[in-house]
Ligand binder design. Sequence first.
Ligand SMILES: [Fe+2]
Length: 257
Amino acid sequence: MGYIKSAALEETGFVVLDPYDREIDPKEWLDIEYVDWKSSGDTRFAPLASAFGEIECNGFWNHTPPRTDKDGVWIPSQVEKAPTLTERAQEPGANVGRCRIIELQPNTYADCLYNLHQDDNNRLNPDGTGWVVRGFFNLTDDKDSFFVLRENRTDPSVEYRIALPAGAQLIIDTQRLWHAATHRGDEPRYCLITSWESGSELDAYIAKYNGKPTTDYVEVAQDELEAGQAEQARRDAARAAYYAAKGKAAVQAMSEA
Ligand SMILES: [Fe+2]
């Protein structure tokens, strides 16, 4: 049968919406509760909706009973402090799974390439229902920062670099595209991330805000692109060697036992 997906995301796996043009009091993301949660880079997360309304960020499939990334439970103590952000996450009217604010410390393009990952948004998602994609609303005005999106983690031939000023709004199929942010600056970046179920509500929302699959891409100097690519390969090799050595040690320990 297959999943219900948005035609708007078919070409590239993402759309950029018209920017959000209203001011939001930074207290909405600064005064809520964060938990340490390792994602790509040096991060913390503040959940607005979680599996059972607790302040935690685990995948819904890691709870009992396990379920897919839908029907998130809003957390009253967090929602109360972030009413505008909650409203924005609910505006499409699509089913919401996880909804949280990410705090990302500054990093480099090379870090970002190493951090590229795919999300596991559709684990346990029943066939025939809506595919889960993610909304990214940049909150801080990170004029020199950008999202990096690739079809293949180590292949630079398809790479979209999307600017992240305050108000930037993207919807990304993060299970299809490898993604991470390059955050240049000296303050943390804050971004609201919402899991939405694809379907007519999300399609109408994308249309309302003129979601387009392509936009202007951020320019990065050729030498920085090449250095980043080389650094990603170097760190990948170092990680592989580390795990290979660890694996050998584990095998040896087993044979000695
Ligand atoms: Fe992700």
